[in-house]
Ligand binder design. Structure first.
Ligand SMILES: [Zn+2]
Length: 320
């Protein structure tokens, strides 16, 4: 038996009982009954309350399993109470949460908190959804670049890179009254931007962009209209204000909460902010904190992120 916590305070109290954590996760993971994570069999013993595990009836290695097997917290020594509290906080705090704050709140080291947050961001990664249509805003922005405050060797390392010098290009597409998609790109050239638009926006849609030269030529496939900054408030529909608001939110989150973000990790913060935007409460979809949390919990399973992947060269991030 499990129930849905209604607030952070409620979640902390509820998940302070390890059995509640297991019951909650199991109900989200296996809504139709427990299934062996190794072989998929439904022939599974009843829950063993001493060992906190189930056992598959088939004979294969690792047939005894806990709810953490195959989840983002599988090999973590941190208790589920802390994982679920961290998940609630990151999912619902509008400007995100820093590893220092989380470390203090959960009484873990800052390094542990940092790793937990990155794993949770993986759960927040947006699933694929269909192409955008109707009215779509497109825009690109630069993130980073506080080179003045950087140590000299660090500055040289970053600034000699290709592309936007020490800044990172982020490209966004926003369907009005719909979802946003944002991504780190190696540059803001025509081929890069237009490839993204063609992949994610239905031909024939209304497309609004600024006058950046890389958007030239889109009028053959789209009803492309360019924002005239001098005329912005005259033609009410042709603007990119939705994306500009999103960039402001993103930059506020990064500057205020995270202080600095390595370009290497930027896409994870982007995933986090995109998730919050796409799962915000709207008139058609009045989601609350409890709904968002419950949804993210279902996304904890079937993904892995090791410390080596996070800090090493195995990452799927584009090269800078
Ligand atoms: Zn099995």
């Amino acid at each position: 038996m499990s129930r849905e916590p209604k607030s952070l305070q409620d979640a902390i109290v509820y998940f302070s009982n390890p059995d509640n954590c297991i019951a909650y996760l199991a109900a989200k993971r296996w809504p139709n009954g427990v299934v062996c994570p190794i072989c998929g069999s439904e022939s599974v013993s009843a829950f063993n309350p001493q060992r906190k595990t189930w056992k598959c009836a088939k004979h294969h290695p690792k047939r005894e399993f806990s709810v953490k097997v195959g989840s983002l917290c599988e090999d973590s020594a941190i208790g589920l109470d802390k994982w679920l509290t961290a998940l609630w906080m990151l999912t619902n705090c509008k400007n995100g949460i820093s590893s220092c704050e989380l470390a203090r709140d959960l009484e873990v080291t800052q390094k542990t908190a940092w790793f937990m947050l990155h794993r949770i961001r993986l759960a927040l990664q947006d699933e694929t959804f269909g192409k955008m249509n109707g009215e779509v805003e497109v825009d690109e922005t630069f993130i980073g670049g506080k080179a003045r405050n950087m140590h000299l060797s660090e500055r040289q390392r970053r600034i000699t890179g290709t592309g936007g010098k020490d800044k990172t290009v982020v490209f966004g597409m926003l369907q009005r009254d719909g979802r946003i998609r944002a991504k780190v790109l190696p540059d803001r050239k025509r081929e890069s931007l237009q490839a993204e638009i063609k992949e994610h926006v239905h031909t024939g849609s209304a497309l609004y962009s600024d006058e950046w030269i890389a958007y030239k030529g889109l009028e053959t496939d789209y009803q492309h209209q360019v924002v005239d900054h001098a005329m912005k408030y005259v033609d009410g529909r042709v603007h990119t204000n939705g994306l500009e608001n999103f960039w402001a939110l993103l930059k506020r989150g990064i500057a205020g909460t995270y202080v600095s973000v390595e370009p290497f990790h930027l896409f994870r913060y982007l995933d986090e902010q995109v998730f919050r935007y796409n799962n915000r409460a709207t008139q058609d979809n009045p989601l609350n904190d409890s709904d968002r949390f419950s949804y993210v919990v279902t996304k904890l399973f079937g993904k892995r992120l090791t410390f080596a992947q996070l800090t090493g060269k195995l990452c799927e991030t584009p090269a800078f």
